[in-house]
Design a protein around this ligand. Structure first.
Ligand code: NAP
Length: 350
């Protein structure tokens, strides 16, 4: 059975481009790890949708997908289409719940047209609920990076009125939303750590941070002492390692340390991971340190989306998006993440 909306034209090209994984990355992601190949537009089977991919998101975890290091993703064989989530338009539908013209978010892969099985929960398909907002927000604030900022600040960090908050990786996809989310929850002061003066200026000028520290050129210890003379209540950590150890010396009683990510160690072999000295501060301060994974919260996604969409409409949250154009940019966009090029959520518009 083919489900159609009669006003959608079906003049598709015969072929499309897709990126396959050619070799596994070592210490860095390289352009040579991928190959752009042309293949016929796929034919869909029962229960499947053909999607025209509009935006694809990039995330640091993709390096770990390529090395098959995560337990939550399907193993990726050499020659497979590189995995990634996107926003796209349903072009053909063999599923009664979706019609051509529907805009969805799903695991689509690095390709111009994707086949997703609407009966398979692996694809994590969501219909975009808020059609008054730009579709690119389906990669940024109304998707995993926005949900991650919200879960981390509200549900794990339990940010409340009067809290003083520090965020690392503050200019990245998640971090660029953290200050505005924390302020919407009532935080008094939010300070961000980022790797350049330009990023620090953007943090304070546009992204809701009260102050910013350039961790590459400032004395981080001195700046933390200056900006948090009375300590901090919440640390939202995207980078892990030595910086986290330093921050532990400054946490208040009953502080919450939100372990969102450890990007400073993703490219290192395990023997080079930082050996912590200051973990004792958690016990000393009756503090809490908790990690979380956004995909464990899928049953709450529509609530997160509604909350964040309302904050966007109210001007409390301004999505920050770093958009490259054209499918040929995908490897470069991923490499840029590890080089700290992006401010905000990195994505490619196809
Ligand atoms: N828990 C979850 O469910 C969840 C979900 C999504 C993401 N995450 C994690 O959250 C973190 C941020 O993700 P994202 O999507 O926001 O990433 P992103 O946009 O790629 O931002 C990463 C930023 O981290 C900084 N960075 C890179 N290498 C660094 C290093 N060695 N030390 C310190 N900073 C470094 C860079 O900015 P600078 O120029 O400032 O260094 C870079 O722009 C990642 O660790 C990711 O794995 C977790």
């Amino acid at each position: 059975m083919n489900y159609t909306r009669s006003n959608i034209p079906l003049n598709l090209p015969d072929a499309m481009w897709q990126w396959i994984v050619k070799e596994r990355p070592n210490q860095r992601v390289e352009a040579s790890n991928f190959e752009l190949v042309q293949v016929p537009i796929p034919v869909i089977q029962s229960g499947e949708l053909l999607i025209r991919v509009l935006y694809l998101g990039l995330a640091p975890v993709m390096l770990r997908y390529m090395r098959n290091e995560t337990s939550f993703e399907k193993p990726l064989a050499l020659g497979d289409v590189m995995m990634g989530r996107g926003v796209g338009e349903v072009i053909r539908s063999n599923h009664p719940d979706y019609l051509p013209g529907d805009i969805i978010q799903a695991k689509m892969g690095w390709r111009e047209y994707a086949v997703v099985n609407a009966n398979d929960p692996y694809y994590l398909i969501y219909r975009m609920q808020h059609s008054d907002l730009p579709l690119s927000h389906g990669i940024s604030s109304l998707a995993m990076s926005g949900f991650t900022a919200l879960i981390g600040m509200r549900d794990i960090g339990r940010v409340t009125a009067g809290d003083r908050v520090l965020v690392s990786g503050a200019a990245g996809g998640v971090g660029s939303q953290c200050a505005m989310v924390a302020k919407a929850l009532g935080a008094t002061q939010v300070v961000g750590l980022a790797g350049s003066n330009a990023k620090c200026s953007q943090l304070t000028d546009q992204l809701g941070y009260d102050a910013a520290i350039n961790y590459k050129s400032d004395s981080v210890e001195a700046q933390l002492d200056r900006l948090f003379p009375d300590g901090m209540d919440v640390y939202f950590d995207n980078v892990g390692g030595k910086l986290l150890d330093e921050v532990l010396l400054r946490i208040n009683r009953r502080a919450r340390i939100v372990i969102c990510g450890r990007i400073s160690e993703y490219l290192l072999p395990i023997e080079q991971y930082h050996a912590f000295k200051n973990i004792y501060r958690i016990g000393l301060q009756d503090a809490k340190m908790e990690a979380f994974f956004v995909y464990d919260y899928t049953s709450y996604f529509s609530e997160y989306e509604a909350t964040l969409a309302n904050w966007i409409r109210a001007g409390k949250l301004i999505p920050c998006e770093h958009i490259l154009h054209g499918i040929e940019q995908m490897p470069r966009a991923l490499m840029n993440l590890y080089d700290g090029v992006n401010i905000g959520v990195m994505m490619v518009e196809l």
